[in-house]
Design a protein around this ligand. Structure first.
Ligand code: ADP
Ligand code: MG
Length: 232
């Protein structure tokens, strides 16, 4: 299907990222020259052992952390040129996150948790409420709008987190072990949901995962190895 012209084209470009942490001995070098290119509708999985730097890379791509050197461009903005305020606004507009832990607010309903994504960007209006309801329908929770996180299953909570991440129509959806706390069957349905939601909207998708069936479902698989990304 040819995408309508109104859908913006997205582009992520990471160039020669290095990340090191100071330690009392020699610096701990976690990323050693990572480069990556992604365009609208493309998705990839990142696998690799624990401690290999996957979360570090995802946080840098998502502007939650700074590289020691190298740069991240998203939709032709150089994210290193933005100050903290500008970055927070940019992130809210362009990037969605799904973590292993859902990070939902326990005192807010499913619907309110999805709407929270709008608060960073603007005031919440009727159109936002309609979109949040539609997203919750799409993730299969149309009948759970007023449930609190404590009244939902683990898989349902993660579905709410996915709806929240998609609320602002992000260019880029970053998922860090999104099925890490879920059983195999629930993991499979969460994986399918991530893939279908992002491919419908041409959102770029990066999934860090230990879940090999999920990684295998994505068209491209990369492995973190010695601080570099290699084709797996
Ligand atoms: P992964 O997500 O692949 O398990 P991480 O990116 O979380 O790995 O961590 C990579 C390495 O960087 C680990 O050895 C970790 O201990 C180290 N590390 C992560 N964050 C920090 C930090 N803020 N300060 C020092 N070391 C860190
Ligand atoms: Mg990690």
């Amino acid at each position: 299907m040819i995408p309508p012209a109104t859908i913006a084209s997205h582009h992520l470009q990471a160039i020669d990222l290095y990340k090191q942490y100071p330690t009392p001995a020699e610096p701990l070098v976690v990323l050693r020259g990572v480069s990556l290119d992604l365009a609208s509708g493309q998705s990839l999985a990142i696998v690799g052992p624990s401690g290999s730097g996957k979360s570090t890379l995802l946080n840098i791509l998502g502007t939650l952390d700074h590289p020691t050197s190298g740069s991240v461009r998203l939709n032709d903005s150089d994210t290193s040129s933005l100050n903290a305020n500008g970055l927070a606004h940019f992130r809210a507009q362009h990037i969605g996150f799904v973590f292993q832990d859902h990070h939902l607010l326990p005192q807010c309903t499913a619907l309110e948790n999805v709407l929270i994504a709008r608060l960073a960007a603007s005031r919440v209006g009727a159109a936002d409420i309609a979109r949040a309801q539609k997203l919750l329908n799409q993730v299969g929770l149309g009948h759970r709008l007023t449930h609190l996180p404590g009244e939902l299953s683990g898989g349902e909570r993660q579905r709410v987190a996915i709806a929240r991440a998609m609320m602002n129509r992000p260019s880029l959806l970053l998922c860090d072990e999104p099925t890490g706390n879920l059983d195999a069957k629930t993991s499979r349905s969460i994986g399918e949901l991530l893939i279908s939601l992002t491919s419908d909207s041409l959102t770029m998708l990066i999934v860090v995962t230990h879940n090999l069936p999920l990684a295998d479902r994505l068209p491209r698989k990369l492995r973190m190895d010695e601080g570099q990304l290699i084709e797996a």
